[in-house]
Design a protein around this ligand. Structure first.
Ligand code: BGC
Length: 767
């Protein structure tokens, strides 16, 4: 029977490309850091990466990117003086496994040399309850008595895309703890790794060579004896709020972990993971393929959810490396945030705190873009400070190496509204307005203020229009009245008005202070006016099609195949000025359909169908954000076959790792947390039919063909529910610890859900 809680392979990676992809598939992470799925003996050539959340560095004029820490997990083994590696010729068998239940990576490899076989077994995890900590168990067994050399410690040879980021590296040993530290080159932030082991066999000498700080253990291994040791490594940086020098903190962390021991560290780590899964697992009966892929996607999200109190967010390539500059895009608010909001609100709030923390960066951007705007224009690619990491020339032409002008940074203005919508959704669905008071309301008002300074009043039409933007479809830049953008901007004005209304009612003093601080009172009537009179493109009266932007319907018809056949280079970018898609109707990703998915309660199934059918054949799905939007909308108007196909495509993206790794000449290989979030949304919102707003949760199930049962969890207004859907019934279990009775709308029927009292409702045709 297939194990639905792990992935495993017995194949060896062959070549750089497969090592790179496998490093993504088998990665582990704990919100503080990610550790690529590479093997113990690997080095920078094999793209070993311990990527840290929320700490960035820039070398010279290259792109700023997240910092990778020295590898405290390094161990290599030599048998009779011959170094063993799965990349060498001595491998007899190999297996590596990632366990979903607690994000543990394991490998077992048997090598043979000169008549002796040596087996390495290791297991590693990044602690879910102690964010700075990594823990490894490593064991060696030989078939015959043999001379074995183990090198274990910290490898400071770091894989970087645009590094080296750590300068003034220094290695030392303090009593039995190894230490390697350096400073980031730009902001001189200290990054330190400490390592301790409980190794108690062989003769140990300490070796500092190049950037490696190692213990070298020479052992006369006995036949059949298992030699096991445990490694504990801790990473600390100046971003950590600790009351002592970070090196001291790192040393203390590994000493404590060593005193606790591997089993105890594993037990508390696994207990934390059990809680996580209990809150967020989705069960699909009747379809193991979907179950496995969705669980893997959820694992990816659970691994990278921000650490409590960090005010960090999740980059577009999560913590799988430095691709995409480790930047945070709209991906987080639009595709990942809903998962956290509905299952782990304590992580969702952290994602929003990141936007509060970076509000000043968004203000700086507003002031300096174009001729200067007001309010908050969030970075298209946001890092530590919220200043924009996106460059004006953000894509390279692979044929000639020239940099192409793109307008993602200066014209993809929907980003501010995406932030405001998520901020408001947090309040609406959690019922907790503390975030608004912590700075969320300020973010919302500043986003509305930015839009006020961006929109145009068309006197002849007596309406506002939003001109010169880039919508989600990045192949058509500088367009007017992009439906998605206009809808998001209009919503932002409405949210700003609602925010003021809420604060006036509940927190009048806080409102007064805020209005005074922002000197914004006089602008509030403009928000109300804009919310009413901002133009959003309407569906065509006959066809129901909403034009993506002014003039889109007049563009040349083409097909993705036609454009691909004309490409001069396999990685050629289809947008940016001269791109092949620019004069055509071919779009990169869901745009109008993204709008229908985001505002799914506002449009009829008929309208969704008409637009979906119009735009789908014209969509390249050139972004991993596209398929899930089409899947969700397809589920809503009843094309379940298509919804299923695109659900699977989205859910398997990181599992199968067949994705494109270049955009133009820019390397962007890594994992796809937005698609992981999209897979969850398609299951729960699409097939589960969940729609929650400030008043209630509604469930309108539409299980696809093979699915006999779909079970998921929902957090809503501080309470918790488990929903069980079959083809004929919906059962809602309100947790016994819920604070009150909720009315849930099941297939249109209001159902009272009391704490600890499950209710089952029949729906549809009974079979
Ligand atoms: C997509 C954007 C997305 C970015 C990061 C681009 O290819 O067009 O919508 O935000 O990738 O995932």
């Amino acid at each position: 029977m297939r194990d639905l809680w792990s992935i495993s392979t017995a194949e060896l990676a062959d070549g750089k490309e497969s090592i790179m992809r496998r490093g993504n598939v088998y990665q582990i992470a704990n919100g503080y850091m990610g550790y690529r799925g590479t093997l113990d003996e690997f080095g920078p050539q094999q793209l070993v990466g311990i990527t840290l959340a929320g700490i960035f560095d820039r070398v010279g004029s290259a792109w700023r990117e997240p910092v990778n820490a020295p590898n405290g997990g390094f161990t290599s083994v030599a048998l009779e003086g011959v170094e063993l590696s799965t990349l060498g010729k001595k491998v007899v068998r190999h297996r590596q496994t990632l366990r979903f239940a607690n994000a543990v990576f394991e490998r077992e490899t048997e090598f043979a040399s000169k008549g002796t076989s040596l087996t390495i077994r290791s297991a590693r995890f990044l602690s879910a309850d102690t964010p700075n900590l990594g823990v490894i168990r490593f064991s060696i067994t030989c078939s015959n008595a043999a001379k074995v050399t183990v090198r274990t410690g910290i490898d400071g040879n770091i894989w970087d895309l645009n590094g080296p980021h750590l300068i003034q590296m220094s290695a030392e040993r303090r009593e039995s703890v190894l230490l390697l530290q350096g400073l980031t080159s730009e902001a001189s932030k200290r990054v330190v790794v400490a390592e301790a082991t409980d190794l108690s066999f062989g003769d140990e000498v300490h070796e500092i060579k190049g950037n490696r700080n190692l213990r070298v253990i020479n052992l006369r291994a006995e036949a059949g004896k298992v030699y096991t040791f445990h490694k504990y490594f801790a990473v600390f940086t100046d971003n950590d709020a600790v009351d002592k020098p970070v090196a001291e903190a790192a040393i203390e962390a590994v000493r404590q972990a060593k005193t606790l021991g591997y089993e105890a560290c594993m037990a508390s780590h696994s207990a934390e993971w059990r809680k996580r899964w209990d809150q967020s697992d989705v069960k699909i009966e009747g379809d193991n393929d979907a179950q496995h892929a969705l669980r893997y996607s959820i694992l990816q999200l659970l691994m990278v959810g921000p650490v409590k109190g960090s005010a960090n967010s999740i980059p577009a390539r999560a913590l799988s490396g430095q691709a995409y500059k480790g930047a945070i895009f709209w991906d987080t608010e639009m595709f990942m945030f809903p998962f956290f909001l509905h299952t782990h609100p304590e992580k969702a709030i952290e994602l929003m705190r990141y936007r509060i923390k970076t509000l000043d960066g968004a203000r700086r951007k507003a002031k300096t873009e174009g001729s200067g705007y007001r309010g908050a224009f969030y970075a298209w690619e946001s890092q530590e400070t919220g200043d924009d990491a996106c460059t004006y020339f953000n894509i390279g032409d692979p044929s000639n190496g020239r940099q192409l002008r793109t307008y993602f940074r200066d014209k993809q203005v929907h980003i501010s509204g995406d932030v405001a919508i998520a901020m408001w959704d947090y309040f609406r669905l959690s019922g907790d307005d503390s975030l608004l008071l912590e700075g969320g309301a300020e973010v919302i008002l500043e986003c509305a203020r930015f839009y006020c300074s961006y929109i145009h009043y068309k006197r002849d039409k007596q309406r506002y229009e939003i001109l010169d933007v880039v919508g989600p479809d990045e192949y058509h830049e500088r367009v007017n009245n992009n439906a998605f953008t206009s809808m998001v901007v209009k919503e932002t004005f409405t949210i700003a008005n609602e925010t003021v209304r809420h604060l006036r009612r509940e927190h009048p003093k806080a409102l007064r202070t805020l209005l005074r601080k922002l000197r914004i009172k006089g602008e509030l009537p403009n928000f109300r006016d804009a919310a009413r009179r901002l133009f959003v493109p309407k569906p065509d009266a006959k066809t129901g099609v909403i034009e993506q932007f002014d003039g889109y319907l007049g563009l040349r018809e083409s097909t993705v195949e036609e454009l691909k056949a004309r490409m001069l280079h396999p990685n050629e970018y289809l947008g940016a000025g001269q791109g092949l898609a620019v004069p055509t109707k071919i779009i990169k990703q869901a745009d109008v359909v993204m709008m229908l998915s985001l505002f799914r309660t506002r449009f009829s199934a008929e309208l969704k169908k008409a637009n979906w059918e119009y735009y789908e054949p014209r969509t390249e799905h050139g972004s991993s954000l596209s398929a899930c939007a089409y899947a969700m909308v397809a589920a809503e108007f009843g094309n379940l076959d298509f919804a299923y196909k695109y659900f699977l495509k989205t859910a398997k993206i990181d599992l199968e790792a067949k994705y494109r790794v270049y955009a133009g000449s820019v390397f962007m290989g890594g994992s796809h947390p937005a698609a992981n979030g999209g897979a969850w949304m398609t299951a729960v919102f699409g097939f589960g039919g969940v729609q929650a707003d400030e008043n209630r949760v509604a469930i309108n199930p539409r299980l696809c063909g093979k699915w006999r049962r779909l079970q998921f969890n929902l957090a809503y207004k501080g309470d918790a529910f488990r929903v069980n859907i079959t083809k004929t019934s919906v059962r809602v279990d309100a947790s016994p610890s819920n604070s009150r009775v909720h009315t849930v709308l099941v297939a249109g029927k209001p159902v009272k859900c009391s704490p600890g009292r499950p209710v089952t409702v029949k729906y549809g045709r009974t079979r």
